[in-house]
Write a protein that binds this ligand. Structure first.
Ligand code: 5AD
Ligand code: SF4
Length: 379
């Protein structure tokens, strides 16, 4: 089918999605990004929202084979941000008119951690009389824990499925009983059941990942009626098993990085075309591969930015991948730098607004608890 027709087709097939994802020609890609930006304008407007990203601890019980802060990386100095510092940063974000905060950390499931998060949520909710929207991004938990945190004030939860292909997932994670694709998928279903606005996403350009896998990821988001998408290109971390393997095979050349960057933009654009009224983040990983990565992401259809509000002294210890931008910056610098980036592309910032996903209010509920796609993918 002709490109123009594909860009305006109502329901794209998996093959058609894969074809769009594989576009490399500069002019064709520009047409894709323009079409996606037009869909963003129609369903969201030329307004982008901030989620101040507070990376409050790098302790993690998981050992994902691509991630720089995996449990097995002994070169990382572990840190916890104190309650006072978290609250001070949350207050700062509120005073800067950010509207929303994302609390992220490595995964922990112990009772102390669960109680700590619960208390922090309640205290952040007191700032400005509940002014800040709160997204949690702290991994796989039990239904009870998710409920406690929901009741304490978190109303969005981000848990990337990483890939919708269980076989690829199994290659990216150790087979130690703690990294099960089905458990992760079920967490997303539980979060939806509880009533969170649910976000997921993938890494793009992983070794062994095909365009069909990425197309299936988009269909997975659609089938699960996901409200928010946070995804970004895979970026090598030199102290990880996958990073070392990629480097040994010469897979981290400038050309390979450019390829993953383009694939990252294409994913944003095609996801916008397919899902329309969801929130899509233009993530820091894009900027790790291109200095203007996040602006390109917004122009390709993304509408969420996550300026880092992590305390500067901890930033060097929260490196999931190499060349992470903004590590040497202060929260003030991140605020001003991102604002300039948004204006440079003709968008504006929705200061003080939560910027909820419109999808959540129109088409959030799943008809059955376990949508078919999950079972299909298990076969
Ligand atoms: N490259 C890109 N993204 C990564 N993440 C972890 N390691 C990497 C990497 N090397 C992402 C995962 C995780 C999120 C918090 O960070 O998708 O869910
Ligand atoms: Fe832990 Fe998340 Fe890194 Fe996996 S990706 S090791 S869960 S911080």
């Amino acid at each position: 089918m002709e490109l123009e027709a594909l860009l305006h087709k109502e329901e794209l097939t998996k093959e058609e999605i894969a074809a769009l994802l594989g576009l490399t020609d500069k002019k064709e890609r520009q047409r894709l990004y323009d079409a996606a930006y037009a869909v963003k304008l129609k369903y969201i407007g030329n307004v982008d929202h901030y989620r101040g990203l507070l990376e409050f601890s790098n302790r993690c019980i998981k050992n994902c084979r691509y991630c720089g802060i995996r449990r097995g990386n002994e070169a990382v100095e572990r840190f916890d941000t104190s309650r006072e510092d978290i609250l001070a940063m949350a207050r700062w974000a509120y005073e800067q008119h950010y509207g929303s905060l994302t609390l992220q950390s490595g995964e922990r499931q112990d009772p102390e951690f669960i109680a700590f998060v619960e208390e922090i949520l309640r205290e952040i909710k007191e700032i400005g009389g509940g002014a800040l929207g709160i997204t949690l991004c702290v991994g796989e938990q039990t239904e009870e824990t998710y409920r406690r945190w929901f009741e304490a004030g978190a109303h969005r939860y981000l848990l990337r499925i990483e890939t919708s292909n269980p076989a690829l997932y199994a290659r990216l994670h150790p087979q130690d009983g703690h990294h099960e694709w089905t458990v992760r998928r079920d967490c997303l279903l539980t979060l939806k059941k509880i009533g969170y606005q649910v976000g997921t996403g993938d890494m793009i350009g992983l070794p062994g990942q095909t365009l069909e896998d990425l197309a299936a990821d988009i269909l997975f988001y659609k089938k699960l009626k996901i409200d928010m998408i946070g995804m970004g290109p895979y970026v090598v971390h030199h102290q990880t098993p996958i990073g070392r393997a990629v480097m040994a095979e010469g897979g981290d050349s400038p050309a390979a990085r450019e390829h993953r960057f383009i694939l990252g933009l294409n994913m944003i654009a095609v996801t916008r075309l397919c899902l329309k009224n969801v929130n899509i983040a233009s993530t820091t990983a894009l900027q790790a591969l291109n200095p203007f990565g996040r602006e390109f992401g917004l122009k390709a259809g993304a509408n969420i930015l996550m300026p880092i509000v992590t305390l500067p002294r901890y930033r060097k210890q929260y490196l999931l991948y190499d060349n992470k931008p903004c590590v040497g910056d202060s929260p003030d610098q991140c605020r001003n730098c991102l604002e300039a980036r948004v204006h440079s592309i003709g968008d504006r910032i929705g200061w003080d607004e939560w910027g909820d996903s419109p999808r959540y209010f129109t088409d959030h509920r799943l008809s059955a608890e376990k949508p078919g796609i999950a079972e299909e993918q298990e076969q």
